[in-house]
Design a protein around this ligand. Structure first.
Ligand code: NI
Length: 135
């Protein structure tokens, strides 16, 4: 019988870890790294620098939790949100947003396994989910 662990595509089920340890293994900006799965949600870490791209996730909320640095999230139809370390914000589904990191920002992301990080747009920066899964 196949264990549930083997059905998952990453190796975080057995060992405990820290966010800092996981972030240390991220080398590229705007390239989320999946560090765990909680039911239908992925937990990811990422390093951001510069401006991303305006996009929306039609059916999925997206949590940004800042570990270090300051993240600005421009939002269509409302004031931008500025997040300092320890602060988090959930971008509601359907709301167009554009994350901006004026200096390097380290974040934790929680989003549905089906979420494409560039949402409804595919750009050069779009990283397919297979590349976000750690081996
Ligand atoms: Ni997004």
């Amino acid at each position: 019988m196949r264990s549930r662990t083997r059905e998952r595509k990453y190796a975080t089920v057995i060992d405990k870890t820290t966010i800092t340890t996981e972030l240390a293994q991220v080398t590229d900006h705007w390239t989320p790294r999946i560090i765990g799965q909680v039911n239908d949600q992925y937990v990811k870490v990422a390093k951001l620098l510069g401006e991303f791209v305006w996009h929306a996730h039609e059916n999925e909320d997206e949590l940004f939790w800042v570990v270090s640095g300051r993240l600005r999230i421009q939002l269509e139809g409302r004031d931008e949100v500025v997040l300092d370390p320890g602060e988090f914000f959930v971008v509601p589904r359907g709301v167009r947003h554009n994350p901006i990191a004026d200096e390097e920002v380290e974040i934790v992301l929680i989003e549905t396994v089906t979420t494409a990080h560039t949402g409804d747009v595919v750009v050069e920066r779009t990283v397919p989910i297979e590349r976000q899964l750690r081996s």
